[in-house]
Design a protein around this ligand. Structure first.
Ligand code: UDP
Length: 258
């Protein structure tokens, strides 16, 4: 296996599937199956799920509620999603533990780093709920933070797109797909990989990020087995080589952008 211990970040929105709100059970089962597959390979899997399908802190401000209150509501939303994933995994026979950044002792364990690591060593899938436990953060930041704490090899950011482009491919026909890019270039080009707090945490701790399409079946497994899937963001500065490739691709024929 290319990676021994991974942290998988899934957005709450992805859990909605085609719905406008809440959890799409088919999507949930699909994610659980993908996670089961990689855990069965012996990879230690930790998961952070967002809460955007239920509530985001910024929504509170829009309706005149207190922002901090809204952020806690968002964190509780992530616990709901985490509980759903835990249940889906257990139905498939996967051993799991849910550790929360906010104490909710009737439903999950409190987050204790050493305990999280122990669970992983025992082969349990560890789900981190309630983000960082602090307002004004996102679950991307929680993913970076927990990944560093548990010494994960990589943060895998599962999204609906296949990776990072030089521009929004839906708006810009000249957008170029990057299979690899450095932290520095992401920063300099102002690309949106994660929010700045989350991104900086990874950068400063030399923790690679892979952005990939989680909705394509088998992608997660291919990734941990070392196949090139999605975009790898790391310290490696491709510098001029990358820029030249991008230039060449941009001047190449249409439909040959990837
Ligand atoms: N949140 C927070 N602190 C954290 C993580 C999350 O306050 O450490 C709140 C924040 O309001 C956020 C919401 O929980 O908007 C849901 O998380 P996020 O928006 O990251 O979910 P996603 O976009 O991945 O679905």
């Amino acid at each position: 296996m290319k990676y021994k211990r991974i942290l998988l970040k899934l957005s709450g929105e992805a859990l909605m599937g085609e719905q406008q709100y809440g959890i799409d059970s088919n999507r949930l089962i699909q994610y659980a199956e993908e996670i089961k597959e990689v855990a069965a390979l012996g990879v230690e899997v930790a998961v952070v799920i967002g809460g955007g399908n239920i509530f985001r802190g910024v929504q509170a401000e829009q309706v005149g509620l207190d922002r901090v209150q809204g952020d806690y509501m968002g964190m509780l939303a992530t616990v709901i999603n985490s509980m759903a994933l835990q249940s889906a995994l257990e139905k498939l026979g996967v051993y799991t533990r849910l550790l929360s950044g906010i104490n909710i002792q009737q439903v999950c364990e409190p987050y204790i780093r050493r305990r999280a690591v122990r669970h992983l060593e025992k082969g349990r899938v560890v789900i981190f709920g309630a983000g960082t436990g602090n307002p004004y953060f996102t679950t991307d930041s929680a993913a970076s933070l927990r990944a560093i704490e548990i010494e994960a090899d990589v943060v895998l950011k599962g999204t609906r797109v296949d990776g990072i482009y030089s521009a929004d491919p839906e708006k810009d026909p000249n957008a170029v797909f990057y299979s690899q890019i450095s932290f520095k270039d992401v920063f300099e080009q102002g690309l949106n990989v994660m929010d700045m707090t989350a991104f900086t945490l990874c950068k400063e701790n030399d923790l690679p990020i892979i952005v990939f399409d989680m909705n394509t079946q088998g992608n997660l497994k291919r990734l941990v087995q070392g196949e090139r899937v999605g975009t790898l963001v790391s310290m490696d500065d491709l510098g001029e080589t990358l820029k030249e490739t991008v230039d060449q691709m941009q001047s190449g024929p249409k439909g040959d952008k990837k």
